[in-house]
Design a binder for this molecule. Structure first.
Ligand code: GLA
Length: 385
């Protein structure tokens, strides 16, 4: 990121860049444990070294001015009175966080803010959680609120759920808020507790492949999947005292799945229960240095998301399946919500070029689309720079 340009842009918008401060919040990938977060299960994400930057300065009045290098919408809002407006585009994510801060009693004032993101938009790498945590940390710091980080993470999730109307789980905001360099987080979404696990990948790299097929969470099948999981819990509660699918181990699930009459709902539940176990197995494999096993579990996760949870789609399948055929690939799977977005693959560092060539060509042939590839650098959580 070129901070000189950022400062020039800020000065052009807001008069000068004296006393301005720079903040950063990362994007994220999830290595395994998909759609388990809202089922009270385990996820295993990490923060990326690319993300969203803000250059900003506190104001003496109650106006928040928001502008971005990435989007045309600009707003000037009064903290005393603002609301969601469709026409305000990306700024609504910021408004959602401001709304949370104010309704939790934090005393914040106005600010001039210019945002620049380098996360490919709509790629499922959590550009929205990145923006939410960025705004959260900016106001927390500028106005000395001293908000506990996990509390801020939860407020950002609530902003997305209630202000934006997107019923996401806690994984994205948690990874963006709590990420650490070269570490993945094993997050227990029921207890909302994590442990850091060093990403000891030997001579392998994590490769992100972007389908470049836009995905939208709100208008996708995401909320339907949540409802299907709730229907499975309701059916299982006829015999079992559970609140979440991830309270079940595979054996208990197998013994009781006859309670679920709807075959689609049964498939969704099967994915969740086994994916949760896979996430824990994958972390043990990584800790034991068994990267082969880690890769196999990644593949099994993709297959389950494809066949049981039905959230992959032709593009993600084409990328993952092409990756499985490349020598030097230990594992490959979709990451995030699905329905487009990205895959993550564990690839021998000497095979990275071959991987991008072969997977890129196979993908183009099958879908007519061009994929983008990035080597994932695992960075830290949202912070002032
Ligand atoms: C999206 C949501 C997360 C999580 C994933 C699927 O990224 O925002 O909360 O549910 O999908 O694992």
């Amino acid at each position: 990121m070129d901070f000189v340009y950022l400062k020039k842009d800020f000065a052009r918008l807001y008069g000068n860049s004296e006393d301005s401060r720079i903040f950063f919040a990362p994007g994220r990938i999830n290595l395994i444990g998909e759609h388990t977060d809202y089922n009270g299960g385990f996820v295993f994400p990490c923060a990326l070294s690319f993300g969203t930057y803000a250059i900003c300065r506190a104001r003496k009045d109650s106006f928040v001015n928001l502008a971005s290098a990435n989007f045309p919408e600009k707003v000037s809002l009064d903290l005393a009175d603002f609301s969601y407006q469709m026409a305000d585009g990306w700024t609504n994510y910021a408004k959602g966080v401001l709304h949370e801060l104010i309704s939790n009693g934090y005393r914040i004032g106005g600010a001039d803010i210019y945002v620049h993101g380098d996360i490919p938009n709509g790629a499922g790498l959590s550009s929205s959680a990145s923006l939410e945590l960025l705004i959260g940390v900016v106001f927390d710091t500028l106005f000395g609120c001293g908000i506990d980080r996990v509390r801020l993470v939860k407020m950002c999730q609530k902003a997305e759920n209630q202000f934006m109307g997107i019923n996401c789980g806690i994984m994205d905001q948690y990874a963006v808020g709590m990420g650490m360099e070269d570490m993945a987080l094993l997050l227990d979404c029921n207890k909302v507790q994590h442990k850091y696990v060093p990403l000891k990948l030997g001579n392998n790299k994590i490769l992100i492949a972007n389908t470049n097929k836009r995905r939208g969470l709100a208008d996708s099948a995401y909320n339907t999947r949540r409802a299907e999981c709730e229907a499975a819990v309701a059916a299982l509660r006829q015999r079992l005292d559970i609140n979440y699918l991830c309270e079940l181990d595979p054996d208990t699930f197998e013994r009781n799945k006859d309670l679920i009459n709807d075959p689609t709902v049964a498939k969704r539940a099967e994915h969740i229960v086994y994916e949760n176990t896979r996430a824990l197995e994958a972390v043990s494999a990584l800790e034991a240095g068994d990267l082969l096993k880690f890769g196999q579990l990644m593949n099994a996760s993709h297959i389950s998301l494809r066949d049981l949870y039905d959230v992959t789609g032709a593009e993600l399948d084409a990328l993952a399946e092409a990756a499985w055929n490349v020598d030097g690939t230990l594992g490959s799977r979709m990451t995030g919500a699905g329905f487009g977005g990205c895959t993550v693959s564990l690839v021998n560092e000497n095979k990275v070029d071959e991987f991008t060539q072969k997977v890129g060509a196979a993908y183009r042939e099958q879908t007519g689309l061009t994929a983008d590839f990035y080597v994932a650098d695992v960075g830290g959580g949202a912070t002032e720079l």
